[in-house]
Design a binder for this molecule. Structure first.
Ligand SMILES: Nc1nc2c(c(=O)[nH]1)N[C@H]1C(S)=C(S)[C@@H](COP(=O)(O)OP(=O)(O)OC[C@H]3O[C@@H](n4cnc5c(=O)[nH]c(N)nc54)[C@H](O)[C@@H]3O)O[C@H]1N2
Ligand SMILES: Nc1nc2c(c(=O)[nH]1)N[C@H]1C(S)=C(S)[C@@H](COP(=O)(O)OP(=O)(O)OC[C@H]3O[C@@H](n4cnc5c(=O)[nH]c(N)nc54)[C@H](O)[C@@H]3O)O[C@H]1N2
Ligand code: SF4
Ligand SMILES: [Mo]
Length: 687
């Protein structure tokens, strides 16, 4: 019996922890700590600790499946490839769309966008960043010139004031939460604002519960209070920023006095005052945010407001400071970096830029690339499918499960049904896979080499620990074989992920200086422009990534969510996650150690609201919005503010997304998962 330890990077969240996969007789059977892992120093959260449990699940897809007479039959790879090439090849470029995957490697994302652009010649390529941090990418790029986390994870520990807004860091990025604890141990204050008293909020020195969707009002209020007390960083504002007067004009309005903000948000004036004081007077303060900020019709406004606050207080470009959006999926940063987006090639080179187009055409040896048109986003694809039937005819979805993760599932279902041809490539047969004409079995993270980029822009290795089950193949191999079959053998002639990475480095300025040899063992932070460059853990030290080097203040007015409570739907519904489950549950619900901790969904209801509704704890209730209803057990708890209710979106038995609203931010096209209007009723016998 041979036991082998293979060090790799976690397939769950964007923290990017390292661990060892323990392999016996060619099969992974455990996870062991990898003491020198750069991000986490051997520590793991439960998902990382049990990241081996789903790998050898009997449910893994092992053969290509083709739909015949409404059911799936097993097929050979050649049959599947032939059918895909024939079908997808028969549509016009604009009739086909691709979804790439933040669960797969950089190499695989790079190939997926290359496949869309080179083989299908379609501009329609996107992935779940749209549902997640699209507003960060757009908002921070407009303010700082770069849409990523500005500081590193360890750096947070040096902060003297950590302001957590709309991030449940202790459950969703547990190993980043350790840095918050370290900051506190070093004398730093922690402020958490969240509609729910989350495990993160319980660690706070100051907790501010508030009504979902009032973030801009809160941030403007804090800024007004800081300016009123003369606590803005005048020197930083003068030397590093522009348009301060525009900001001032808005935030100084009476609407954003602490009294008025308190009425809008539900936060007591005293708490707001204390928060403003702590943020402005700390030696260095950092702001951490995630989905509570981004998933709104005002997602971009929210993001810009966080940047306003941190520029106002001079906290940018310094250790322990910055604006830190915590990226979600293990490789969502990388999927964006690789250009699996409808408007950019890898490294955020705009598809509309002629020089970038010319460069990519030369690199890829083609003379056409959808001629610089910007394609549909994930959310637009679904809208076009559902509402403009016939415009999009086929889709190729790799490693996403929109039939549970997209907003307004009824609408998604309508859209998927309108497709003439759907390919789904996954490690399990998903809710989305059920709609497919062809299902392709993919290898999971433990079965392939590659790289992924974590939330602090650190590019790290994945290392193969076992063979894929049955005939499943690595995503990169599948795309290469299909690309070759569909007429582009030279463009997809890669023997290994390393060869793909070398092409990535060649065409992507921020990755130019990287190679597999350099990534071992600690990875490198982009930008890393040359082979000698050590990488860049902290952005914007001397100047922002703008042509004039200055950060831009944006005057932002508060706007309520697209759908607000009324007499019929009197509460705000917000949605999110729990520590034990991951999104649509394909992996965590097949991991016994995780599933046993949180096997069913729930709706969180404040005791006062429950009393008015006559609802008891654990009672199954009906929650309805204008989109649909679910029956779901109530969790009556003071840990959610009155007037707001919360459902985690992991559970197919009562899908939160049957309720959510498909209203989009106008710039980022991200849906408003964090606020819509809901009613909750007792389920009566006769109904
Ligand atoms: N265990 C686990 N970890 C995960 C994931 C998972 O599925 N499971 N998913 C990963 C991914 S892809 C992502 S994007 C991240 C997400 O990580 P987070 O953003 O931390 O998680 P969420 O639960 O979506 O939302 C965070 C908080 O926002 C609060 N909130 C609700 N409405 C509002 C509002 O209007 N304003 C503000 N400011 N806050 C509000 C919620 O109460 C919640 O506590 O987590 C990653 N980590
Ligand atoms: N109501 C509500 N909805 C939300 C959110 C919310 O807060 N509230 N959050 C949104 C956010 S932030 C996100 S990121 C999305 C996530 O939405 P999705 O990305 O659709 O969710 P996942 O369950 O992570 O789906 C990933 C799929 O990839 C598969 N997979 C895993 N590894 C591999 C691999 O190596 N190869 C291939 N081919 N497949 C693989 C998994 O089995 C799974 O089916 O959900 C969004 N939906
Ligand atoms: S914090 Fe994130 S990366 Fe680290 S072990 Fe947990 S899920 Fe994996
Ligand atoms: Mo996400």
């Amino acid at each position: 019996m041979e036991i082998k330890y293979v060090s790799t990077t976690c397939p769950y969240c964007g923290t990017g922890c390292g661990f060892n996969l323990v392999v016996r007789d060619g099969k992974v059977f455990d996870v062991a700590h990898w003491q020198r892992a750069p991000v986490n120093g051997g520590k793991l959260c439960p998902k990382g600790r049990y990241a081996h449990e789903f790998i050898n699940s009997p449910d893994r897809l092992t053969k290509p499946l083709i739909k015949k007479d409404g059911g799936f039959v097993e097929a050979t790879w050649d049959e599947a490839y032939d059918l895909i090439a024939e079908k997808i090849g028969s549509y016009k470029p604009d009739e086909v769309a691709c979804l790439s995957s933040a669960r797969t490697s950089n190499e695989e994302n790079y190939l997926m966008q290359k496949f869309a652009r080179v083989v299908l010649k379609t501009p329609h390529i996107d992935h779940c960043a749209r549902l997640c941090h699209a507003s960060t990418v757009a908002g921070l790029a407009a303010v700082f010139g770069s849409g990523a986390m500005t500081n590193s994870i360890t750096d947070i520990a040096e902060s003297k004031c950590v302001f957590v807004l709309g991030s449940n860091t202790f459950e969703q990025h547990p190993l980043i939460a350790r840095s918050i604890i370290r900051a506190r141990e070093g004398g730093g204050k922690v402020i958490v604002a969240d509609p729910r008293l989350t495990p993160t909020a319980k660690q706070a020195d100051l907790y501010m519960p508030f009504i979902s969707g009032t973030d801009v009002a809160i941030l403007n209020g804090l800024m007004q209070e800081i300016i009123r007390n003369g606590r803005e960083d005048k020197e930083f504002i003068a030397s590093r920023t522009k348009d301060f007067e525009n900001l001032k004009e808005v935030v100084m309005k009476d609407d954003y006095s602490l009294e008025n903000v308190s009425k809008t948000s539900g936060i007591p004036v005293e708490s707001l005052r204390t928060a403003a004081e702590w943020i402005a007077t700390a030696d260095v303060a950092t702001l951490i945010y995630s989905m509570g900020i981004t998933q709104h019709t005002v997602g971009v406004d929210n993001v810009k407001s966080t940047a306003n606050l941190m520029m106002l207080t001079g906290n940018m470009g310094r250790p322990g400071g910055g604006v830190n959006p915590l990226r979600g999926q293990n490789n969502v940063q990388g999927a964006c970096d690789m250009g699996a987006l409808p408007n950019v090639f890898s490294g955020y080179q705009k598809v509309t830029d002629e020089a970038a187009q010319k460069k990519m055409k030369e690199m890829w040896g083609v003379d056409e690339l959808a001629e610089g048109r910007v394609g549909y986003t994930v959310t637009e694809m679904v809208n076009v499918l559902a509402d403009e039937s016939g415009k999009l005819k086929a889709m190729y979805i790799m490693g996403e499960n929109p039939m549970l993760s997209d907003p307004d599932l009824h609408h998604v279902e309508e859209g998927l049904k309108n497709l003439e041809f759907l390919v789904v490539q996954d490690i399990f047969l998903t809710e989305t896979g059920n709609f497919a004409d062809v299902v392709l079995p993919a290898a999971c993270y433990a079965e392939k080499d590659g790289t992924q980029t974590n939330t602090e822009r650190r590019v790290q290795r994945w290392k193969k620990a076992q063979d894929p089950p049955g005939e499943a193949k690595e995503d990169w191999k599948i795309i290469c074989e299909l690309g070759s079959k569909m007429g582009y053998p030279e463009q997809f002639a890669f023997e290994s992920p390393e060869a793909i990475f070398n092409e990535v480095a060649a065409v992507t300025p921020s990755y130019h200086g990287m190679s597999y040899a350099r990534l071992d063992p600690d990875g490198l932070h982009w930008p890393c422009p040359t082979e000698e460059h050590p990488g860049t853990p902290i952005l914007h030290r001397e100047r922002f990534a703008m042509p004039d080097g200055l950060g831009v203040f944006s005057p932002i007015e508060w706007k309520p969510p697209a759908e607000v409570p009324d007499a019929e739907y009197p509460y705000v519904l917000t949605t999110g996650r729990t520590l034990w489950q991951w999104h649509t549950g394909t992996m965590t619900r097949r991991s016994w150690s995780l599933e046993k901790e949180a096997p069913i969904g729930w709706i969180e209801i404040n005791p006062e609201d429950a009393k008015e509704l006559g609802i008891e704890d654990e009672e199954v209730v009906r929650a309805s919005t204008r989109r649909g209803s679910v029956e779901i057990p109530a969790r009556v708890t003071p840990e959610i503010i009155k007037g707001v209710m919360f459902i985690p979106f992991h559970y197919k038995e009562h899908p939160a997304n049957r309720l959510t609203h498909n209203a989009l931010d106008p710039v980022a096209k991200i849906p408003e998962y964090k606020a819509c209007a809901v009613k909750v009723e007792k389920i009566t016998e006769e109904a």
